[in-house]
Design a protein around this ligand. Structure first.
Ligand code: 1CP
Length: 333
């Protein structure tokens, strides 16, 4: 078993595997070079040679314990034939959502549209670099995918005022999303992913009363589905107000925490393996601060199954030498 899976499945507290969200990305000059020649982000995700190469880039530099496949959560709406574009300095822009159209998409059509992602997973998981390391597949949680599909852009700017106007319609869309997320998860596992992370980046947007319908219930269905395929599942409900309640309802195999939540409280309240937490901005400081902050998390979770990661994606302005220093610090702990 890989170190990551030992922590999640066997609850091993003697090791602290490390991987980093967005570990393949803009802080690496070798990624920027490929990206500058491939301006269409979706096409890049669907080029198995390049997406394999990008996924492996960080593993050639650093002793990470897992590869996360270079793709995007928005490949799901793309696979459902909703238009998806990534505009420079703006982020994703999606076309109008048509329930009839997405409901008409067949499983085989979907799989064909994103087939290259599975090819990349196969390439990565069969690469010698991945010996004794995990290949992480991922999806967006139903709620976060719903947000992008209806809002048609990042809700960072704002969530459409009439977002919840037609709850009946929303619930029908959620059913389609859930169906295809399961297909996408199974395809990733069939092609070599041996852990799945579910990103709920906009979990923090909901009021308490809406959380069961939009987060707990649909995510629990996905978690059960991944577990039925004998694969561990990590959930990242970013900025959720109550991680404990989330874990009690959704029952993932491991929980990834953001950098705003107090790690002491997490350790006290949560019994399942924990991942992440450190503020990505720490990597913009100096070695002394990086060491101090990394050790803080490692000390707090010393007797708890813990996977080192950040509390969100690595920032593009991060110096790769500081990442190297962080990985060595965690490995030497
Ligand atoms: O070069 C570029 O401009 C592309 C930047 C980029 C990258 C490197 C985007 C655009 N997506 C990705 C890859 C990506 N996205 C990965 C690859 C694997 C890795 O981690 O190395 C993963 C896991 C994601 C997941 C993802 N995409 C999330 C969940 C995690 C998070 O950041 O909260 C979300 C919300 C997205 C949507 C997305 N993709 C890209 C952008 C700019 C956004 C929008 C973010 C927003 O709404 O603010």
């Amino acid at each position: 078993m890989t170190p990551l899976n030992k922590v999640i499945v066997n609850k091993d507290t003697s090791i602290n595997p490390i991987w980093i969200m967005r570990q393949a990305g803009r802080y690496l000059p070798e990624f920027r070079e490929i990206r500058s020649k491939n301006t269409d982000f979706i096409k890049l995700c669907l080029n198995p040679t390049l997406s394999t190469e990008i996924t492996l880039q960080p593993l050639r530099r650093f002793d990470f314990d897992a590869a996360i496949i270079f793709s995007d959560i928005l490949m799901l709406p793309y696979g459902l034939k909703q238009k998806v574009e990534f505009k420079k300095n703006f982020g994703p822009i999606l076309g109008k959502l048509n329930l009839e159209e997405i409901s008409g998409v067949k499983e085989t059509d979907f799989t064909k549209r994103v087939q290259e992602i599975y090819e990349a997973i196969k390439n990565v998981s069969n690469n010698d670099i991945l010996k004794d390391k995990s290949t992480i597949g991922f999806v967006g949680a139903p709620w976060t995918i719903l947000v992008y599909m209806i809002n048609q852009q990042s809700p960072k700017k704002q969530l459409k005022k009439n977002f919840f106007r037609d709850e009946n319609l929303i619930n029908k869309i959620l059913i389609v999303i859930e169906k295809f997320l399961k297909i996408h998860i199974k395809n990733q596992i069939d092609n070599g992913a041996n852990a799945i992370q579910i990103f709920d980046s906009w979990a923090g947007l909901l009021e308490n009363k809406d959380i069961p319908n939009y987060i707990y219930n649909p995510t629990l269905n996905l978690v059960k589905f991944v577990q039925s395929l004998n694969t561990p599942v990590i959930c990242f409900p970013r900025n959720i107000k109550d991680y404990k309640k989330y874990c009690d309802f959704v029952k993932p195999d491991a929980i990834c925490i953001d950098y705003e939540v107090d790690p002491f409280t997490i350790r006290k309240k949560i019994k399942i393996p924990v991942q992440g937490g450190m503020d990505p901005k720490v990597l913009l400081s100096d070695k002394e601060t990086i060491k101090k902050e990394a050790k803080k998390y490692l000390d707090i979770f010393k007797d708890h199954p813990y996977i080192f990661n950040l509390g969100h994606g690595v920032l593009p302005e991060t110096d790769p030498n500081m990442m190297d220093y962080l990985v060595k610090t965690v490995k030497d702990y």
